[in-house]
Design a protein around this ligand. Sequence first.
Ligand SMILES: [Zn+2]
Length: 333
Amino acid sequence: MSIDRRDFLGLLAAGGAALAWPLPARARPWRTGSGPDTLLAWDSPREGAFVMADPNTGGNVLALVGKRGVLVVDSKFPCYGRALRLDAMALADTNAVTLLNTHHHGDHTGGNAAFEGDPVYAHELAIPRIATQLPRYVQGARGGPGMVSQSGGSEALLALATEAAKGAGELSVEDFTPTHAIAVDGMSVDYGGSEVKTRHFGAGHTDNDVVVVSRGHNLVHTGDLVFSGLNPYFDPGGGVTAIGWLASLEKTHALCDEDTIVVPGHGPVGDRSIITAQMNYLSGLINAVRADIDAGVSKDEAVAKTHPFMEGLGFEQVRGRAIGAVYDELGGG
Ligand SMILES: [Zn+2]
């Protein structure tokens, strides 16, 4: 499926129909975890850690099996919330579910309503932003059956999405709002006797990015600080800053060793080299735009350009948006 830039931005805003973009050849480098039948396709990069990284369903989701519970990181679009919660319970054989949102964007928080009654964590700056997104969650829930059909979802998944669509009119802000705020620079989160650390390094992809670190699994979920194999999405309304993003990535990289599993916000799971690749992209972008500003290139001309570090990456529709945002950030606008 190809979509133009305006359509793509509309989809992101609405949490609407399915997105598709080319993935690198090694899109599924990990064995599929053996375990119970699930509604969605999960990979298991490490014992007790499951990742659902189908790019057509929203941001990547991680399920970590704890001693007496399961931690779910992010909740994709509204139509996938129920399936994610049911799958996490099956994978961990527990009813004790904790949800954590890496940031406020609708493709990471849309399924929150399915976690009613569970502890739900997000950065304190994410919570008021999530509270403003009810219209797009409702719209996303209504469009869920179409999204599941387009992405080739099963009958069972379609039935859950249809049920969610029928209830869309009943949704309220409280259904999506996290119950626990992660304070300024991060905190530990307990999920049934096991623990992850959360870190916030200041504004980057948004002003409320949280990095999730499981020392036990030697695994890091970066949220949308990393788009692996993809051009990154810039959202000026969400507090994006390329310079801050780069600084956050440097600190995230320092949390990893050569064996650390790195789960990006979008794209395939990898190791710390996918963090380095994102840093190279951002520093390339900052340098290219700074050079254009210094040379007197207008914003319109700069936005229309493409650059070598963008070649071969998916999500081509957001390149101009990234350049424009950095042009404004560097004072060229
Ligand atoms: Zn995002």
